[in-house]
Design a protein around this ligand. Structure first.
Ligand code: PLP
Length: 418
């Protein structure tokens, strides 16, 4: 028994059920992961009680001597991890980190180039309903139809035509490594600044397994909860010359008081990512993704760009005569969690697109390897080829549960200890 279960059984029951869902199912949403118990302890700590508007040594509130230590640790570790001159660890989320960068570099009405949402871009890269799309004049570049790789001829053409003040690189659903230097070259040619949102692959960058945008970009942002495996939050990295500007635009520009418990979680996460074994984790994510992609393709599924070289893949399920919505539901019945996703040049709608996005970061954290990926790939193929057969789904659900019981999630230990 614990205090929460006694005091608020309704909330407790939902948390316990979610804990069970995370343990008993295969989490293959490319943007999710399992934090360590240490990260969860930091996020669940007394730091949630503290107001600390301002920055270390320059706060608007008293009693900040301990949270100053924590924010300085987070900043120093982030800089060390990515080789950056300056880090702002206060953004509550990736979206807010991005908004603070826009505030620092451009004015409402200014022209920006970003990756098309339907080609793998993020909402904050100019989607019409997002603040980015409402405030700024975004034009979208995309991938080539022939091979689904970023079309740098198009980026250069659009940059020369529209003369953007800013080019945004980075993606939420792009299965290939992004060569940031090519964006930097184009930005330099047209006099634009370069901002890279590495939210999805920051953990691979930290592990030295993906091109690091920090040396060539004016600003880099990331979420800390995807491949980086920290708490849900954002981070901005930049050159020293932008330090004052970004700090001012995160607070008071975008936010009020920082979430010190989450910043402590970020400090712990960056500390973990600086350890040698994080490189092995990154490599295992890549090996698992490659094996899963090969298994799915050998089984007849079509992958956007013909495979993957990062942590995720986009599967075009229309070759099976189904859409992404049904595929996601069927996999859900089997205990395999993914999300439906538009694929480049999709002729279907966002609420029932042609694809599903599948990632390996979370399962890799549980210790699963390439053997498990082959098994899981087999289950994905079998379930999608038998969409109407509930008995197949039920059998696979049982097999999934039995595999999961061999690979406990880190939270199991944490929750048991409460
Ligand atoms: N940037 C990219 C590339 C993302 O994929 C995401 C999250 O999906 C974000 C930013 C936004 O992060 P958040 O959900 O923390 O606002």
């Amino acid at each position: 028994s614990n205090v929460l279960s006694q005091q608020d059984p309704q909330v407790w029951a939902a948390i316990a059920a979610e804990q069970e869902r995370q343990q008993d199912g295969l989490e293959m949403i490319a943007s999710e992961n399992y934090t360590s118990v240490a990260v969860m302890q930091a996020v669940g700590s007394v730091l949630t009680n503290k107001y600390a508007e301002g920055y270390p040594g320059r706060r608007y509130y008293g009693g900040c001597e301990h949270v100053d230590v924590i924010e300085n640790l987070a900043r120093d570790r982030a800089k060390q991890l990515f080789g950056a001159e300056h880090a702002n660890v206060q953004p509550h989320s990736g979206s807010q980190a991005n908004q603070a960068v826009y505030l620092s570099l451009i004015n409402p009405g200014d022209t920006v180039l970003g990756l098309d949402l339907a080609h793998g871009g993020h909402l904050t890269h100019g989607m019409k309903l997002n603040l980015s799309g409402k405030l700024y004049n975004f034009h979208s570049y995309g991938v080539r139809q022939s091979d689904h790789r970023l079309d740098f001829d198009q980026v250069a053409r659009l940059a020369r035509e529209h003369k953007p003040k800013l080019i945004v690189a980075g993606a939420s659903a792009y299965p290939r490594e992004i060569p940031h230097g090519k964006f930097a070259e184009i930005a330099r040619e047209v006099g634009a600044k370069l901002f890279v949102d590495m939210a999805h692959y920051a953990g691979l960058v930290a592990a030295g397994l993906h091109d690091n945008p920090v040396p060539v970009a004016d600003f880099v942002t990331t979420t800390t909860h995807k491949t980086l495996r920290g708490p849900r939050a954002g981070l901005v990295l930049c050159k020293a010359e932008y330090a004052k500007e970004i700090d001012k635009n995160v607070f008071p520009g975008m936010q009020g008081g920082p979430l010190m418990h989450v910043i402590a979680g970020k400090a712990v996460c960056f500390g973990e990512a600086l350890q040698p074994d994080f490189k092995a984790y990154g490599q295992a994510i890549l090996d698992n993704a490659k094996t899963l992609a090969e298994t799915l393709m050998a089984g007849g599924l079509s992958l956007v760009s013909g495979g993957t070289e990062n942590h995720l893949m986009l599967v075009d399920v229309t070759t099976l005569g189904i859409g992404g919505k049904l595929a996601t539901e069927v996999l859900g019945h089997c205990g395999i969690t993914v999300n439906m996703n538009m694929i480049p040049f999709d002729t279907r709608k966002p609420m029932d697109p042609s694809g599903v996005r599948i990632g390996t970061p979370a399962l890799t954290t549980r210790g699963m390897g390439t053997d498990e990926m082959k098994t899981i790939g087999g289950w994905i193929l079998e379930s999608l080829k038998n969409c109407g057969d509930a008995s197949v789904h039920q059998r696979i659900r049982g097999e999934v549960a039995s595999l999961c019981s061999q690979f406990p999630v880190p939270a199991k230990e944490a929750l048991a200890a409460v």
